[in-house]
Ligand binder design. Structure first.
Ligand SMILES: Cc1ncc(COP(=O)(O)O)c(C=O)c1O
Length: 432
């Protein structure tokens, strides 16, 4: 075998990921229409008809299969208003997975509650129902089930635990637009479903977010919480403000701009076909890797009737790679293939971006990490073993990835070179 490409040897193959996001003429036209309309924000005056924001909200609610959607500035503000609308506050505990983006912990802190990090199910990388059950206390006020990398958390079991303890479940669908569990889209199962439409996501306007729900009263609260407490006036006249004062609730301005809403409205029309394409390519990668030694794709449970892919995820067997960390294997595979492999998130309780004691308003002693003293075993194992690549790779045709098995073989045959790479340090850079 030749030298690893990461150490200057020849690469097994090359790959150019298709661009992401993908602009369309309709997206450009919709943006131009908003710019010309004079209404750039929900808080601008009513023009000739419903705002782009209201039109996107209706379309996304329909897409998810729920009556209501409240668009927001991003997925972080969507989580904050979902927690606020469910009345989570000081003294409360919120169960979150220990493997996820940092926003799941910071948003709980933002409403002055305490995040309780629970272990994951190694089969799905999402919250383990048994770990949720064990983490419930009389102070538990919500469970946030994150559908990580579009893998769907065990909704049947987690909703049953929530119902038994009278604790609402928020589905964080930031990474799972369009995924379905037993025939219904994610976001429609919990008390509320939150989404991010940030640049890397399956549906994006660069930034953006949304909360979906079925309950009318919860929807009214969410609406006001993200528009400084204002509510929408029925049938405003041209030139009149649609958002009107209301003193029933204190909110924050988390409104999605009309420009973002127009982009999302058009991008949504592309999502089903893009999800289909990604699933087709992922199937061919599954087949390519079926007989590969030392790696296993993360499996899809039978209840997942609509599989989407925010990232394609694989577990490596470290012994097959000379004990190397997933981050080192990613570096070696990326150099061999041109596919931008990335390791999964560091455990949330030692994520470099989660430093709650640095905010005075949390009033915390230093070195609080919210994790259990010994760490969470499956979260720790995932960090050592899970490797991923972004969904834009799956927008290529399946045969563009046919060099992957050969690259995996080559990297496994070079344990000494992997050790040399590892000695250069592990790159903690993570996607959202
Ligand atoms: C699981 C999860 N929740 C919440 C967020 C926050 O979304 P945003 O970046 O749009 O604020 C993200 C990330 O980007 C995410 O991946």
């Amino acid at each position: 075998m030749t030298t690893l490409a990461a150490l200057g040897g020849p690469a097994v193959g090359a790959f150019n990921p298709p661009p992401w996001p993908q602009a369309s003429q309709a997206t450009l036209d919709a943006l131009r229409d908003v710019v010309r309309s004079g209404r750039w924000s929900l808080s601008g005056a009513w023009q000739d008809g419903p705002s782009a924001e209201a039109r996107f909200a209706a379309a996304f609610a329909r897409f998810t299969g729920v009556p209501h959607c409240v668009p927001t500035t991003n997925g972080t503000s969507a989580l904050v208003i979902a927690l606020e609308a469910l009345d989570v506050g000081p003294g409360d505990e919120v169960i979150i997975p220990g493997l996820t983006w940092v926003a799941n912990a910071t948003t709980v802190r933002a409403v002055a509650a305490t995040p309780v990090m629970a272990d994951i199910d190694p089969a799905t990388l999402c919250l383990s129902p048994a770990a949720v059950e064990a983490a419930i206390t009389p102070r538990t006020r919500a469970i946030v089930a994150v559908h990580l990398y579009s893998s769907v958390a065990d909704l049947d079991a987690i909703l049953a635990i929530g119902a038994r303890h009278n604790v609402p479940v928020i589905e964080d669908c930031a990474q799972a637009h369009g995924a379905a569990w037993r025939g219904r889209r994610v976001g429609s199962w919990g008390a509320a479903g939150t989404f991010s439409m940030q640049q890397t996501k399956l549906l994006t306007a660069g930034e953006g977010g949304a909360v979906v729900c079925s309950d009318d009263l919860l929807h009214d609260r969410l609406y006001q919480l993200r528009s400084d407490g204002r509510r929408s006036k029925a049938c405003p006249a041209r030139g009149e403000m649609e958002l009107v004062m209301d003193s029933s609730i204190t909110g924050t301005n988390y409104c999605l701009s009309e420009l973002g809403a127009a982009v999302l409205g058009e991008q949504l029309t592309l999502l089903a076909e893009q999800n289909h394409h990604r699933a087709r390519t992922a199937d061919s990668v599954d087949k390519l890797l079926f007989s590969a030694e030392g790696v296993e794709p993360i499996q899809t449970p039978l209840q997942v009737t609509g599989r989407t892919y925010y990232y394609y995820t694989l577990r490596i067997h470290p012994d097959a790679f000379g004990g190397a960390h997933a981050a080192t294997v990613c570096r070696a595979l990326a150099a061999e293939t041109g596919i931008p492999f990335q390791p999964t998130y560091p455990p949330l309780y030692r994520h470099p971006l989660y430093q709650p004691s640095t905010k005075r308003r949390y009033a915390m002693p230093e070195a609080v990490s919210d994790g259990p003293p010994g760490g969470l075993p499956e979260v720790e194992r995932a960090y050592r073993e899970v490797i991923t690549f972004h969904h834009s790779v799956l927008l290529a045709e399946g045969d563009a990835l046919s060099h992957l098995p050969k690259a995996i073989d080559k990297v496994q045959c070079a344990p000494a070179e992997l050790r040399q790479l590892e000695a250069e340090g592990i790159d903690f850079t993570n996607p959202l």
